[in-house]
Design a protein around this ligand. Structure first.
Ligand SMILES: [Zn+2]
Length: 387
């Protein structure tokens, strides 16, 4: 199918994109001839976002904490003591349902690849790429056997992803040195957070996943990205709603305001830089790449400003591996016959309506059964009240 009359968020170029199967077959300049498919007006296009850090099963939690912790160990201990009731209420929801909501949280924001930290998820129909070719260790403080696991020769080919330097005190900085010292097999290390990281340490990591929203919430400080970017690759992560808002675009705008990455560096941390580190054939809109594509309303004159002004309600289409996973309700009738063999749920985000693949309506209902007081950012719309 063709996606016509789009403006590239990074270059401002006007393009038509042809998708066949899972791949982008062509990216052409409009010549006046009309291709069958969807034609957009005043819309930007960009590669599906890559969220390099999340805990999918933790996304029903509200933000819990006071923002005055020295490091994640202190927060972890206080969390269980101070928020027992809140935590138990969420944990009543079975883990597979929580994981599924985590997947939808990402999809609704335009994420088409997410790195879930921890055990592999049990979602059957994955609507986005939940990347699992990695070896996760929680952290030096919370993973008792981290030295053994880090030096497991059977896993040596997988990159190690570990929370590291999540604090503002000496302990957080020292923890990074301990990790580096024990990397006896010289495995590829990818750190999450790195708030206490220094340049000489950063050089020894393949990449650092920056999660500014989570860092400011817990520690009121974030990693010195403007320095560390000279020594390692910077990727972007949201972490879960336990420490951040559900909307990834709020995280991105916070990062943009903070000026430690230029706009284009920040943009790439969400697509091509991350795709290169994870070895995925995505993150750029070129012929032959996986068709992970997001189209959104162009709300600003400059395409790049429009990218940074995006919110989930503005997203008109999310395609993952060539399949439409989310489409704006205004466009849905134009393509409904092509989509009729798959189930889509109608939902409301802010003032706008979207169709999302799968039984999101049923999922919301099930979550509310276990956790009636849940605050979700979307509402299910019954088909009787269809727009
Ligand atoms: Zn985390």
């Amino acid at each position: 199918m063709w996606l016509n009359n789009l403006i590239m968020a990074d270059t401002g170029q006007n393009v038509n994109i042809n998708v066949e199967g899972e791949k982008i077959m062509a990216v052409t300049s409009p010549t006046g001839e009309t291709h069958s498919g969807l034609t957009f007006e005043n819309a930007i296009v960009f590669p599906g976002l890559i969220n390099s850090h999340d805990h999918l099963d933790f996304n029903l939690f509200p933000q819990l904490g006071t923002g005055i912790y020295k490091n994640y160990s202190e927060w972890g201990k206080r969390l269980h003591a101070d928020y027992k009731t809140e935590i138990n209420a969420v944990l009543k929801v079975p883990q597979p349902l929580r994981e599924k909501w985590g997947m939808y949280k990402n999809l609704l924001g335009g994420v088409t690849t997410v790195l879930n930290h921890g055990k592999n998820v049990r979602i059957k129909n994955k609507l986005i790429n939940i990347y699992e070719r990695k070896h996760d260790l929680h952290s030096v403080a919370f993973d008792k056997y981290w030295r053994l696991r880090l030096n497991n020769p059977f896993k040596r080919k997988l990159p190690v992803v570990i929370h590291s330097g999540e604090g503002t005190d000496r302990a957080a900085k020292k923890e990074i040195d301990t990790l580096l010292k024990w990397n006896l097999l010289k495995r590829d290390l990818i750190a999450i957070h790195g708030v206490a990281m220094r340049s000489e340490q950063a050089r020894q990591f393949k990449a650092l996943v920056w999660c500014p929203e989570s860092n400011y919430f817990l520690l009121n400080k974030t990693a010195p990205i403007s320095e560390l970017k000279l020594d390692t690759k910077i990727l972007f992560g949201t972490d879960s709603t336990l420490t951040g808002k559900w909307n990834i675009w709020d995280h991105i705008r916070l990062a943009q305001k903070n000026l430690m990455l230029h706009d284009m560096e920040l943009y790439r941390s969400l697509n091509s830089t991350a795709a290169a580190i994870w070895g995925e054939h995505t993150g750029t809109l070129f012929m032959g790449m996986t068709a992970d594509i997001v189209i959104a309303k162009k709300k600003e004159t400059e395409p790049m400003d429009a990218f940074f002004a995006t919110n989930p309600a503005d997203i008109l289409l999310v395609m993952s591996k060539g399949r439409i996973r989310l489409i704006d309700a205004a466009l849905y009738p134009l393509i409904a016959t092509n989509l009729k063999h798959r189930k889509y749920s109608q939902i409301k985000i802010g003032d706008s309506y979207k169709y999302v693949q799968g039984d999101l309506t049923g999922l919301i209902k099930s979550i509310k059964k276990y956790y009636p007081e849940v605050q979700l950012p979307v509402e299910a719309v019954s088909s009787k009240n269809s727009v």
